[in-house]
Write a protein that binds this ligand. Structure first.
Ligand code: AMP
Ligand code: GLY
Length: 447
């Protein structure tokens, strides 16, 4: 392996933290391949690039990563193709952004070939891939979560709905990019969603409704040691005041001034550590990022869902605040050396991100519209723009190519300042028909 120190940006605390991690781990991953093309991956690449000294690659990447990472085309869901690419690039570390390659076993293929990989193998990624599996792990490890029943027929679904009562929660058991869940007061609508899932060959999970605010806590783990990142809150509904359909996420912020002081400690002891231990006990250790989606209910903290990867758009705000070099942390998780990592260092700044969505999102988005205003946004102090559903057209113009087009991130000394900057940035973006929520982090910023 090529061993060169992480150099950081040459300034103060970040440099010292980088050198400490490098010394501690006695190595530095310098060739890093990031899989994915969203704003989450753009945020990961941006953080890695800020450390300096790395050669970064992204597959397929997006136009926003242009100056930061060399981009290549690989079949992301083929373990053989990704491994061949990683070996050709002499990658010291592969970071898997989206869930599909994880569930397809790409991390297993990389590890089998001796390539350090941040991301769980297929057996562990089932924590995200199957809601029924996640419930089984939680039951086995005593993790608090909503009561649930699996149904494969309309009458089973109806019985479960009546058992838990309204509001009704019906989830597609498979992957659905955050859109497979229906929460409704209408028993008819709940049954219709179940029928839709059965029609597509998937069972459903019917759940008890969890009241209370939602929190996302990312936990980095090597299968034994668990390192929590900063809690964040995601806004899942399409419209202001949490109205409209569920989306992949319309905005996020961190920190959460209203959250209980012991939230992270509680999540570690009641959720993340027991789950990581149970996965290891079963011989399928979870190595990567365990995303704990939590509800702070009147009965205490309960798990809504797990994901097996960084969340989007929470990553955009969490990484904006992380001062510890990301490469050392991900490499330690990938190589089973997280117990040697020093405590994470966080910026005192707050971060808010606002997602600019294409016309008609979360329905089939209108694409091909010209995007302008990114440079103006980034001229505002404390603002950066991460790209997701974008591409360059034949005249090299940046055009929309997906539902969630951009994440405008604002940082500042307070949530209110960060929020003001994120929205000042969002207002400069021009894309016909695009829309964004105007209430991201509003209540938290107002105290
Ligand atoms: P999931 O795909 O499981 O994350 O669900 C998507 C969203 O649906 C969550 O972020 C919640 O807003 C909502 N949701 C899921 N399960 C429940 C539940 N048991 N009670 C209330 N809301 C839920
Ligand atoms: N922000 C929700 C997710 O990444 O699944």
């Amino acid at each position: 392996m090529d061993v060169r120190p992480i150099l950081g940006d040459g300034t103060g605390a970040a440099k010292h933290a980088a050198l400490r991690v490098a010394r501690q781990l006695r190595l530095t991953a310098v060739n890093i391949l990031v899989l994915g093309s969203g704003a989450r991956e753009h945020g990961i690449v941006r953080s890695l690039a800020q450390e300096g000294g790395h050669q970064l690659y992204a597959a397929p990447g997006n136009p926003g990563m242009g100056g930061l990472a060399r981009q290549l085309q690989v079949d992301l869901n083929s373990g053989a193709d990704v491994t061949a690419a990683a070996q050709r690039l002499a990658a010291d570390l592969v970071v898997i952004g989206p869930e599909a390659p994880l569930i397809a076993g790409v991390a297993d293929a990389l590890r089998a070939a001796g390539v350090p990989c941040f991301g769980p193998g297929a057996d562990a990624a089932k924590l995200e891939g199957s809601k029924a599996f996640a419930k089984d792990i939680m039951r086995a490890s005593g993790v608090p979560t909503a009561g649930a029943a699996v149904a494969t027929t309309r009458s089973e679904a109806a019985a479960a709905l009546d058992r838990f009562g309204a509001p009704y929660v019906v989830k597609n058991d498979g992957l659905a990019a955050g859109k497979g869940v229906v929460v409704t007061d209408s028993r008819e609508a709940a049954l219709d969603h179940a029928e839709l899932c059965f029609g597509a060959g998937a069972p459903v999970v019917v759940e008890e409704y969890l009241d209370g605010p939602e929190i996302s806590l990312f936990c980095v783990t090597d299968g034994r040691t668990v390192v929590p990142l900063a809690p964040a809150q995601d806004f899942k509904r399409a419209l202001d005041n949490d109205e409209g359909p569920n989306t992949g996420g319309m905005g996020a912020y961190s920190p959460l001034p209203w959250a209980p002081a012991d939230l992270t400690a509680q999540t570690l002891s009641q959720v993340a550590r027991p789950v990581v231990a149970e996965m290891s006990r079963r011989g399928t250790p979870f190595q990567g990022l365990l995303y704990c989606g939590l509800a702070l209910t009147s009965e205490g903290l309960k798990v809504i869902e797990f994901n097996a990867r960084f969340g989007d758009p929470e990553t955009q705000v969490v990484l904006a605040r992380l001062a510890t070099p990301l490469s050392g942390l991900l490499f330690a998780a990938a190589t089973g050396t997280l117990d040697r990592a020093e405590p994470l260092v966080w910026s005192a700044d707050a971060a808010v991100t606002v997602v600019i969505a294409a016309e008609n999102y979360p329905g089939p988005p209108v694409t091909g519209g010209v995007i302008a205003g990114i440079e103006e946004a980034e001229a505002i102090p404390g603002v950066h723009v991460l790209q997701a559903g974008t591409r360059l057209d034949s005249s090299s113009r940046l055009v929309s190519a997906g539902g969630r087009v951009l994440s405008v991130v604002g940082t500042g000394p307070t949530l209110a300042a960060a929020r003001g900057r994120a929205y000042a940035g969002a207002r400069t973006i021009r894309l016909d028909g695009s829309h964004y929520r105007t209430d991201i982090a509003r209540r938290a910023a107002e105290g």
